[in-house]
Design a protein around this ligand. Structure first.
Ligand SMILES: [Zn+2]
Length: 80
């Protein structure tokens, strides 16, 4: 019954603490027992408070962490 996570799913969610969108791992979001979720940059927020709205202000450390976390994906076209 659990969601099959075939890839390392992530979601950009807004933290009400800093009005910034952070990257949260899908495994944490799928775990209904977690009171807090922790973003890739270390920012943690109660799961009930995050807002599922389209990203506007992205957390720079999360952007960098996501690049390192998902090496097969280059979502922002940061080619060299
Ligand atoms: Zn962040």
């Amino acid at each position: 019954m659990a969601e099959q996570l075939t890839t390392r799913a992530v979601e950009w969610l807004m933290s009400p603490y800093d009005q910034t969108w952070h990257v949260f791992p899908g495994e944490q979001l799928a775990d209904q027992t977690r009171p807090f979720i922790e973003a890739l940059c270390g920012h943690s927020v109660p799961v009930k408070l995050v807002e599922h709205t389209p990203p506007d202000r992205l957390c720079p450390p999360c952007v960098r962490a996501l690049g390192a976390w998902m090496p097969d994906v280059t979502p922002w076209g940061m080619g060299d």
